[in-house]
Design a protein around this ligand. Structure first.
Ligand code: NAD
Ligand code: TDX
Length: 331
């Protein structure tokens, strides 16, 4: 099987590329990545002899057409992915998340290639803290930020291309991922690398916002399950019942580092900050028989801390610039 992975030099795409090489030796893997600030060739170093890497944008229709024509399946991770950046400058989010997804859809339409679209639970907006409800595939779309609005738009493009043009596509909407190779701008790696540097973790607002954490390996095993067994045109929610508020995550990290439970700072909150995300993954579990393997958050977090301790050369070059950007907004 010839697999084209977009965004394979980013956090989830790199882990997906590693998992694919490890578990599917017959796969011929091509990664298409623009190597934006979020992409890193070092993330693919462990597999670089086993893949073909093409540096380019998913908005480049000639390049995309050629690569899609040579593929059996496209797994689409490439995106601008950080909410805080989308509040600062939404334009690359529109270009990559909307126009880029459109460009890929037109190519898979022309060549009849199977497409899997990787998306987020943020398309559903947020839930109240005291609401027992979770997101289901029937929850109406109600995105809050420029990031989630462009991801919602990209999902709707995929649905329309399935219905109007018969494109063979599936969609997955996953909750917050953690694990190796995640950019230091994101919550968990930012706090881990702060703690390694002896700096206090930074909690937006009161820290009561809830995210439904899943290990990146579990997200990626679910993506393969959907590609192998999912129904064309269907949307699958991916989650592993990992709801935690941000304060709990920071306290767990402080404990792992042997620091005092109150050794953190409250900083300026994110404008429009979504309160709570929670996934009901019943369809994925019951219909496709998928199960997560990393069900103990504390040990998953401990392993992630160990990874950042052992891979300082991977994250160190980006740390100072990320912190300078946050400092400028009081975060
Ligand atoms: P990331 O920011 O770490 O990586 C994105 C990758 O896409 C980078 O390698 C970047 O260079 C590449 N890219 C950006 N613009 C491109 C373009 N125009 N052409 C080609 N490549 C381009 O993101 P991530 O956290 O790995 O997220 C991957 C996907 O998963 C995204 O679609 C995101 O919406 C989705 N998702 C992420 C999470 C999460 O918790 N991180 C949860 C659910 C869904
Ligand atoms: O320093 C911080 N302090 C803090 O309290 C940062 C960077 C974040 N936060 C909070 C904001 C959120 O409530 O932590 C939570 C997680 O923040 P992010 O890591 O920025 O993730 P989030 O905005 O929830 O979005 C993530 O999950 C869904 C990914 O970045 C998206 O790509 C994915 O779609």
């Amino acid at each position: 099987m010839r697999v084209l992975i977009t965004g394979g030099a980013g956090f989830i795409g790199a882990n997906f590329t590693h998992q694919t090489i490890r578990e599917r030796p017959e796969a011929q893997v091509t990664v298409l990545d623009a190597l934006t600030y979020a992409g890193d060739l070092k993330s693919l170093a462990p597999v670089d002899h086993q893949i073909t890497l093409v540096r380019g944008s998913i908005t480049d229709s000639d390049l995309v057409d050629r690569l899609v024509a040579e593929s059996d399946v496209v797994v689409h991770f490439a995106a601008e992915s950080h909410n805080d950046n989308s509040l600062d400058d939404p334009s690359p989010f529109v270009a990559t998340n909307l126009v880029g997804t459109f460009t890929l859809l037109e190519a898979v339409r022309r060549h009849g290639v199977r497409f899997h679209h990787v998306s987020t639970d943020e398309v559903y907006g947020d839930l109240e803290l005291d609401d027992p409800a979770k997101f289901t595939p029937e929850t109406p779309y109600n995105p809050s930020s420029p990031y989630s609005a462009t991801k919602a738009g990209s999902d709707l493009l995929v649905r329309a291309w399935v219905r109007s043009f018969g494109v063979r596509a599936t969609i997955s909407n996953c909750s917050n991922n953690y694990g190796p190779y995640q950019h230091v701008e994101k919550f968990i790696p930012r706090q881990i690398t702060n703690l390694i540097d002896g700096v206090r973790p930074k909690l937006y607002g009161a820290g009561l916002n809830v995210r439904d954490w899943i290990h990146v390996e579990d997200h990626n095993s679910a993506v393969w399950t959907i590609i192998d067994h999912g129904r064309i045109g269907e949307t699958y929610l991916i989650g592993a019942d990992g709801e935690k508020n941000n304060l709990e995550v920071v306290r767990t990290l402080l404990e792992v580092f042997g620091r005092d439970a109150d050794d953190f700072d409250h900083v300026t909150d994110r404008p429009g900050h979504d309160l709570r995300y929670a996934i009901d993954a019943t369809r994925l579990r019951q219909e496709l028989g998928w199960q997560p393997r990393f069900t103990d958050f504390r040990s998953g977090l401990q392993a992630t801390v160990d990874w950042y301790r052992e891979h300082e050369a991977w994250w160190r070059p980006r740390k100072a610039a990320v912190e300078a950007k946050y400092a400028a907004t009081g975060q």
